[in-house]
Design a protein around this ligand. Structure first.
Ligand SMILES: *Cc1c(COP(=O)(O)O)cnc(C)c1O
Length: 421
């Protein structure tokens, strides 16, 4: 459920009409709903209660500081994968003890930054990383709390680019080797083992892979305890999928996911962390664009928008589907016509949808991409010197620009001319 509904035939974000934002900000833009962000966060909170737990929002899905602050106000932790995301979480007022640091390639500088600024735990993904962290922490006279990310070798049954829990993926330590690596970690200075971490992929629409992975984590917890380690925390990752196509998909609900967690690891007396990104931010955002031209091609019609693959890369990168709807509801009786929905970028890959039925639209009409709040603005670029798409946050009947569109002057001034030119 989200808070983007038609009222009197006009699409609204909560109590704000989308055309009102378009008039103030220009298109294209992203718009997020505070109520939807809050609702999705609370669904996870409720799903995990009464287990001791922390819901750590995956900053990589939507890192705008205002979005982070909206969630941090409710008590959310943050899962970060870079020093930059760590600073975003801090800028949103999240204390270090609620920030988890994930990722396969943490640099020593990033480790130092997190140890100095405060960190809940590092999710360590390899032995070389473990050794580097031990050295960095020891040099600072600090102790790094860690979980080791294990790779349970389960098939997440999701898009290959976002599956992370098979043995051929670059993530984590093979679960079969985990006891050996934990023994090594226990011997190292500057390292304090607190738990186990697992994250098997993104946009999972079936609970079974989670069940397999968490069952393996529960077995490993018992084995590591028998080896003498103190395991007090289980980080179960993110990855719960969302319905991108409303008409034909119904992924599991957070409450079902929570029940699965309780069933598989609930009796271990551990604090549970989860790292959902997409399920919190995905359906909390729209990308709004204007129609530039309608072009009749041979045997097909093209709807050319002012949004492009640089603003929302998921369709061209993952073949992802986004529902695309007119902002003004079409008059009843107008037959939808199939058209290819494309952007202005000079690549055929700049195609959002093929043969998608849409009601007749005219130049300057507004359309909205649904489910664009996750992996949308964060993956945007300025390819074709198209300014980074602005972001707007709605709260009831108010809205605010939370990242402005840069001017061409600002964009071009970032380049500098060497003295020999
Ligand atoms: C990407 C990622 C997440 C979030 O995944 P979602 O599918 O957005 O829930 C959580 N944890 C880690 C380690 C990740 O890499």
């Amino acid at each position: 459920m989200d808070h983007f509904l038609y009222r009197d035939g006009v699409l609204h974000a909560e109590d704000v009409a989308i055309p009102e934002i378009a008039a103030a900000v220009g298109t294209p833009f992203y718009v997020y709903s505070t109520a939807t962000l809050e609702r999705h966060y609370r669904l996870f909170e409720e799903a995990l209660s009464p287990l001791p737990h922390l819901v750590c929002f995956a900053v990589k899905s939507n890192g705008n500081v205002a979005v982070l602050k909206t969630l941090a106000r409710l008590g959310a932790g943050m899962d970060v994968v870079s020093g930059g995301e760590y600073l975003r979480a801090k800028a949103a007022g999240v204390p270090g003890e609620r920030i988890v640091f994930s990722g396969v390639g943490k640099t020593r500088a990033e480790m130092r930054q997190a140890l100095e600024g405060g960190i809940r735990q590092f999710n360590v993904e390899s032995e070389p990383e473990l050794l580097a962290l031990s050295e960095v922490a020891s040099a600072l006279g600090a102790v790094a709390p860690i979980a080791i990310r294990v790779n349970p070798d389960v098939d997440a049954k999701t898009h290959e680019k976002i599956a992370t829990g098979k043995k051929e993926n670059k993530f984590g330590i093979p679960i079969a080797r985990a006891r050996e690596v934990y023994a090594e970690a226990a011997r190292l200075p500057g390292i304090n083992i607190v738990g186990i971490d697992v994250h098997i992929g993104s946009q999972l629409t079936d609970l079974e892979p989670f069940e397999l992975a968490y069952t393996k984590v529960a077995e490993l917890t018992r084995a590591l305890r028998a080896d003498g380690h103190t395991i007090t925390r289980l980080d179960l990752g993110g990855g719960l999928g969302i319905p991108y196509e409303r008409s034909n998909s119904a992924p599991p609900l957070p409450v079902e996911y929570g029940a699965l967690i309780k069933r598989t690891v609930g009796d271990l007396g551990c604090e549970v962390e989860i790292e959902p990104g997409r399920l919190i931010s995905g359906n909390a955002g729209l990308l709004v664009a204007s129609v530039i031209y309608l072009k009749h091609g041979e045997g097909r019609d093209f709807l050319i928008l002012d949004a492009a693959m640089n603003d929302l890369v998921r369709p061209s990168m993952y073949g992802a589907h986004h529902d695309i709807v007119p902002v003004i509801e079409p008059a009843p009786g107008l037959e939808p016509q199939p058209c290819d929905i494309v952007g202005p970028v000079c690549e055929t890959g700049d195609t959002f949808a093929k043969a998608r039925p849409l009601p007749p639209l005219e130049p300057d009409d507004l359309v909205a991409f649904r489910s664009a709040g996750a992996y949308g603005a964060v993956m945007a670029s300025e390819y074709n010197t198209r300014p980074l798409v602005p972001e707007v946050l709605v709260h009831g009947d108010q809205f605010a620009v939370i990242r402005a569109r840069p001017s061409f002057d600002e964009i071009i001034k970032r380049d500098s001319i060497p003295e020999w030119l």
